[in-house]
Ligand binder design. Structure first.
Ligand code: GDD
Ligand code: MN
Length: 411
């Protein structure tokens, strides 16, 4: 099967929106991924999502080819992903293939939508660097080389931004400016750790290293694929390049109110999924097993009918065994996916020591809270204890996630 056959369409991926790793030469490192390797000459895959862009598609392919041929000849591919446009954009793109060997065309008939079009294009891509640009020439193609330079400098994500030096929007109405900035502010309130990382989270023009999103199931809603990449990917270094969003000359924008509603849905969906609710439930369940271990051991060690050891000594041994029990379950189950990325006895011992310190800190907090609720607020001692345990469980969860597991994960 070759690209030059005029009737060749890329097979449309289906199923989950997950990006697979590209088979690189075994000796290749991730940096080599942007260096050509004998097994896979394609370093960069640029997706161009189209819907009724019949008047623009030839121009964008010509301009991008000229630019990329001057920078990375033969090492890139352009992937037009068209949703069966009534104006036959897919046919026009397909007819260009014999003249543009780097051009591949995907014609989707079932699934529709801008962000899934981009992801399906990335799923069919061969490059270790993935990108997206609009087909309507509102994203100036020449900015692409600045974005590519940033990736070659080592950035994980290079975003074309309207809100940095050299950026701007052409004759946008006050309403559209207000809506765009309003959407950004809303995002900063709901999802600060994602929206706050870049100056133009609405941008639909960016490049990202495949390694940052490999294996992550993306589930965008609507137009904003970039917040999905930052929210679900593992993106450390983000670079930005200013661009002026051009006036559309041919065709019209497909943005309607629906996209704004979908954006809000997307923010809430990401918010909920980025709160590790499932992990928190697991952590709580493990904590319950720890309570049983603590109680049973306290009985076996200190009860007059068993060993009858002094209470404090029994409590310290029982608590430590309960902490060990909780660590093992959390390391295997609650935070297992993170722990598996940090194999080895030394790493595990480090996590266990940190877990211990956090839990002992939690114990002190527990006693303090119990006294405050009982002695100062006069709450019933058992209700006060339950309240204290609930607060300390959240403390233990969050600090352990960030300190005992996540930090070593980042290292
Ligand atoms: N395959 C496919 N399916 N492509 C689509 C669809 C779709 O349902 N809807 C839109 N597109 C394509 C258009 O053909 C165009 O190439 C690109 O996506 C952007 O669509 P526009 O309708 O022109 O959007 P816009 O110009 O109002 O906004 C764009 O620029 C903003 C600033 O970067 C979008 O990319 C926004 O996401 C972005 O925020
Ligand atoms: Mn546009």
């Amino acid at each position: 099967m070759s690209f030059s056959q005029p009737d060749f369409f890329l097979p449309v991926p289906s199923g989950s929106l997950q990006i697979s790793p590209v088979a690189l030469a075994p000796e290749a490192t991730i940096d080599a991924a942007v260096e050509p390797s004998p097994h896979n000459p394609i370093r960069f895959s640029l997706v161009i999502p189209t819907y009724n862009e019949g008047k623009n598609v030839q121009k964008i392919v010509q301009q991008l080819t000229q630019l990329l041929d001057s920078r990375i000849p033969g090492a890139y591919e352009l992937i037009v992903v068209d949703d069966n446009s009534p104006d036959g954009t897919w046919k026009l793109a397909q007819a260009m293939m014999p003249e543009y060997p780097q051009l591949r065309v995907m014609r989707r008939v079932e699934e529709r939508g801008l962000s899934t079009a981009v992801i399906r294009g990335w799923q069919a891509a061969q490059g270790e660097v993935l990108g997206v640009i609009d087909a309507d020439l509102q994203h100036p193609p020449e900015v692409l080389l600045q974005l590519w330079n940033e990736i070659e400098r080592g950035a994980d994500l290079a975003v074309a931004s309207r809100h940095v030096e050299g950026g701007g929007v052409s004759e946008w109405s006050i309403i559209r400016r207000f809506l765009s900035r309003g959407a950004q502010t809303l995002g900063l309130i709901i999802l600060p750790e994602v929206i706050g990382r870049i100056s133009d989270p609405m941008s639909g023009y960016f490049l990202v290293r495949r390694s940052c999103i490999v294996g992550r199931t993306l589930s965008p809603v609507g137009y904003k694929i970039l917040i999905e990449v930052i929210g679900r990917g593992q993106v450390r270094w983000i670079a930005e390049a200013g661009y002026v969003f051009q006036e559309r000359l041919e065709g019209e924008s497909k943005v309607t109110w629906k996209q704004y509603i979908e954006y809000l849905q997307h923010l809430i969906k990401l918010r909920l999924s980025l709160w590790p609710i499932a992990r928190l439930f697991r952590f709580g369940a493990v904590g319950l097993t720890g309570v049983f271990v603590d109680m049973i051991l306290l009985y076996l060690l200190s009860d007059p009918s068993t060993l009858g050891l002094p209470l404090t000594r029994s409590k310290i041994i029982a608590s430590e065994v309960a902490i060990l029990n909780n660590f093992l379950w959390n390391d295997m189950w609650t935070f297992g996916d993170i722990a598996r990325r940090q194999p080895g006895k030394r790493q595990r011992l480090k996590r266990f020591l940190k877990f211990n310190i956090v839990c002992l800190g939690g114990l002190i907090l527990n006693v303090l809270l119990l006294n405050v609720f009982f002695n100062i607020f006069g709450i019933n001692r058992y209700v006060a204890n339950l309240l204290a345990i609930a607060i300390v469980t959240l403390w233990n969860f969050w600090v352990n996630l960030k300190l005992s597991w996540r930090v070593t994960d980042v290292e």
